[in-house]
Design a binder for this molecule. Sequence first.
Ligand SMILES: [Zn+2]
Length: 306
Amino acid sequence: MIHPLVDRHTHLEGALDPAWVRAEAERRGLALPDPLEALWSGASVPFEGFIEAFLFGAALLDSREAVRAAVGAVAGRTRACGGSGFDLWASPHFLVAHRGQISLDAFWRGLEDGLAEAAAQGVRGCVVVDAVNHFGPKHGHSVLNLVLPELPPFVKGFSTGGLEGTPFRDWAPVFERARSAGLRIAAHAGENGPGSNVREAVLEGGVARIVHGIRADGATLELLAERGISVDICPTSNRALAADVVPHPLPRMLAAGVRCALGTDDPGVAPCDLGTEAAAARAMGLDATALETLRRNGAEDAWCLA
Ligand SMILES: [Zn+2]
């Protein structure tokens, strides 16, 4: 059986079409930041440069139409690789409350328009609301205060991202509140923070899904396998933001029985798609069976297909 191909982890703000960003910048009379041009050309930049490039794109998402176009970029990139689904992380609190650049209504409608267009082209998407780990649980509650009162049906999950600065035990009440509202819980862990964060996210945060998790040790991999926790692996992003983790642990994670799947993370900043990520996995020495396992996990644990 051939399983549907799913982009298991991509950020709305980090997945913009470079041609669209270039055109929007020109229309608004803005100069593209050097790190963004560098990243587009395949160069690596310091972490601050990556953030500058990411934020430049995020600032352009200030209308329903811009958000619709952003979802269209994700759907188009997925479809061009033969994919049929994507789990899309989005940060409404950052754009609506923190930056004040778009209303929540326009944001939801843009997502709704984009997801409907994608579905009409045979690509199913859902949204995972992302909160910033290092802003702490109080911020987490603010995110929920913003989104829960009129939560659109296409929002399927809640996650933390950003710097892994706050222990997951402190996030547990926020996760519990999101879970009671019917959301599934994920966390970026073991990427810019230590591998022990992966263990804590599972044992103390009770998350069902880990994004990255590449610094997890052997005992934690056993725990992930035992509990059937899904792990989203994004090789291009890992190379850009966690370059010290070599060799990439994906083969070791799969061998330990961890339910890994592939995602693109920020393909509008560090260019990639499901094709490049599969090629990167192959270059790690994974054979056809292992690649099929990645694809099967990608489909079976996808929230957009659930
Ligand atoms: Zn991410």
